[in-house]
Design a protein around this ligand. Structure first.
Ligand SMILES: Nc1ncnc2c1ncn2[C@@H]1O[C@H](COP(=O)(O)OP(=O)(O)OP(=O)(O)O)[C@@H](O)[C@H]1O
Ligand SMILES: [Mg+2]
Length: 275
């Protein structure tokens, strides 16, 4: 595909954040992982690849429209030091997208390649639920170095996470680990975190040889910050949170080697997306 971008685009590595199940917190985790990695000094891009139900435009309170260069390539928004592109800033909120697979593929290709990303260390892709066309297209286009599985801890959600795991395996996309979201809630009267759902995550992780890289509790502040335009980790105070630091450190350790390797490679052509 011919790109319209300037020749400065270079995405050194990319990571998919997904899960088979809808509503388990993929977008919330993607937003905060992007912010957390930026706080550690990485140049970060966040691609809201959920073309049917974009969330990042809402989470970051992005303007309705993105800008474009003279050549017609998209200029991503910049918020809290990260570059963000969301379908929510491209199509009207009230316009349903009824697209077949090839159109989805072309749209994702455009959202990835016809964008003025500049040189970034890591692109975090928030992917839609399920294991269909968008996942296949994105792995094809980005050739991500890894993925993170987000799930809530009960079997209803884990069954879908297992499907995602199999899909990532088939697509040769290494799984960095599992983030268990809504792993519990803080009970003030007992001054401790209590379970929200029956917890089946440990046996799922050990059976499938997967690492649990973080357990995020249900936290009204997380929900509130998703609504306020400034996600949880955009507040430096919340960056002190050990639970989130563990998630960020695990992803950073995985990504750092890839980033260094790719930074030293020569640029070829207009755009390089390196795994
Ligand atoms: N740990 C949490 N504590 C409180 N609220 C949360 C937490 N995780 C997610 N939420 C809230 O739950 C809602 C759903 O989360 P999110 O949009 O990230 O899920 P998703 O998996 O991306 O959904 P979809 O499949 O529709 O893309 C959001 O409004 C978010 O603010
Ligand atoms: Mg989402």
């Amino acid at each position: 595909m011919k790109t319209k971008t300037s020749n400065k685009n270079k995405i050194n590595t990319s990571i998919l954040i997904g899960s088979g199940k809808g509503g388990v917190g993929k977008s919330m985790v993607s937003a905060n992982v992007a912010l957390g990695l930026a706080s550690r000094g990485l140049k970060v891009g966040l691609l809201d690849a959920d073309i049917y139900g974009p969330s990042q435009s809402h989470f970051f309170n992005l303007p309705e429209r993105t800008g474009a260069t003279e050549k017609g390539s998209i200029i991503p928004h910049e918020k809290h030091g990260i570059k963000i592109l969301s379908m929510g800033s491209i199509v009207s909120k009230d316009k349903p997208l009824i697209w077949r697979g090839p159109v989805v593929h072309r749209a994702l290709e455009q959202l990835t390649k016809d964008v003025e990303w500049g040189e970034i260390d890591i692109l975090i892709a928030d992917i839609p639920p399920g294991t269909g066309d968008p996942l296949i297209s994105l792995t094809n286009i980005l050739k991500p170095s890894g993925s993170v599985l987000v799930t809530t801890p009960q079997n209803t959600s884990i069954n879908d996470a297992l499907r995602s795991k199999s899909a990532f395996d088939k697509l040769n996309c290494e799984i960095i680990g599992i983030v268990t979201n809504m792993s519990g809630y803080f009970d003030k009267s007992q001054d401790k975190i209590l379970p929200l759902f029956p917890n089946a995550i440990n046996s799922f992780a050990s059976k499938n040889n997967l690492k649990i890289i973080g357990e995020i509790p249900f936290d009204p502040l997380i929900a509130q910050t998703c609504e306020s335009g400034s996600p949880y980790l955009s507040d430096p105070k919340n960056l002190q949170n050990d639970i989130w630091q563990k998630v960020i450190t695990n992803i950073l350790e995985f990504a750092e080697k890839k980033i260094t390797e790719n930074k030293n490679k020569n640029r070829i052509g207009n755009l390089e997306i390196i795994d």
